[in-house]
Write a protein that binds this ligand. Sequence first.
Ligand SMILES: Cc1cc2nc3c(=O)[nH]c(=O)nc-3n(C[C@H](O)[C@H](O)[C@H](O)COP(=O)(O)O)c2cc1C
Length: 373
Amino acid sequence: MPSKLFSPLQFGPYQLTHRVVMAPLTRMRAAQPGNVPHALNAEYYGQRASKGGLIISEGSQISPSGQGMPATPGIHSPEQIAGWKAITDAVHAKGGIIFLQLWHVGRISHSSHQPASALPIAPSAIAAAGDAFTASFERVPFETPRALETGEIPSLIESYRHAAANAKLAGFDGVEIHGANGYLLEQFLQSRSNQRTDRYGGSIENRTRLLIEVAQAVSEVWGADRVGVRLSPFGVANDSGEEDPLPLYTHAIKELAKLGLAYLHFIEPRASGAGQAEVDHKDVPSAAELFRPLWPNVLIAAGNFKPDTAEGAVASGNADAIGFGRLFIANPDLPKRLKKGAELNPYYRPTFYGGGAEGYIDYPTLDAREAAE
Ligand SMILES: Cc1cc2nc3c(=O)[nH]c(=O)nc-3n(C[C@H](O)[C@H](O)[C@H](O)COP(=O)(O)O)c2cc1C
């Protein structure tokens, strides 16, 4: 049977030649000071680009307050825009397509990352359980964040709009709004982190409002057909998790569908939200399968996919494309390997976050390995 994974896909205004997508992957290797993407990062992304293949960048903070880990890149300063431009050039030189992931971590931060060492912001003053990653690479319990005033929300939305415009200047082909994994937009969506009593809290409609307003603002910059949203309805990363996700996400997805966005990107619950642990949950619902009927445009599913399950998900129609995270870290030429049914390099977890070239740009390609044999 011909492979569905390697059949073309209309993706907003773009034509993908295959459906093996590089999922967003934080690697904490931006240059300091200023969290600026640099030549090493351009080499990494360039290695992973393929003709007509889609890359979604690592989460990039939309503003200084959006940062929650050391050395993550931003998209709010002129230096960062210039740094990203070299990356988009490297991907385009190989005929690839690259979207930027717009990220605000909300309460999953620490005052050491914040302007004037202020407390991180969040929908409500409720600390996440677990440990923050400080600017000096220490792990300390999350602080209780400061609840945003209603009057501050328009300027938060403006930060998203501004970051989206910066992504355009940096030569990206579109943007993905990070609405998953326990970060700011998901903190607004879910009742465990959102106890507000204004129009951004309480009912499902109210909790969904910020996500929709951000998606509208970003779509005004890019056109909705160059904008996607990432959600993790059944995820538990970063102390997230709605007790009854179905009504919340049914509403959110229906509202997002009205905007005509290019795509929706699910993290399936089979993997821990950010792939931090080796888990392979069974008997949990597939978000792609459940919500497919509500989503008219492209649907990307990610989360612990292997070559056979990826092909199966696309063949069944539950997903149009598959996001690969850890396998793309270890296999710069992943689409080629999957197409050939070639062996995959194993990934090495200790070099996922932070450091330099090791475990970043030194995973061999198939060609390099064959030449060495
Ligand atoms: C090192 C690492 C960094 C990640 N960074 C991000 C990120 O910046 N944004 C995001 O939405 N997901 C992030 N994720 C989640 C991945 O995109 C993906 O959903 C997850 O790894 C499951 O897919 P996999 O089983 O193919 O790795 C990260 C995962 C890993 C392992």
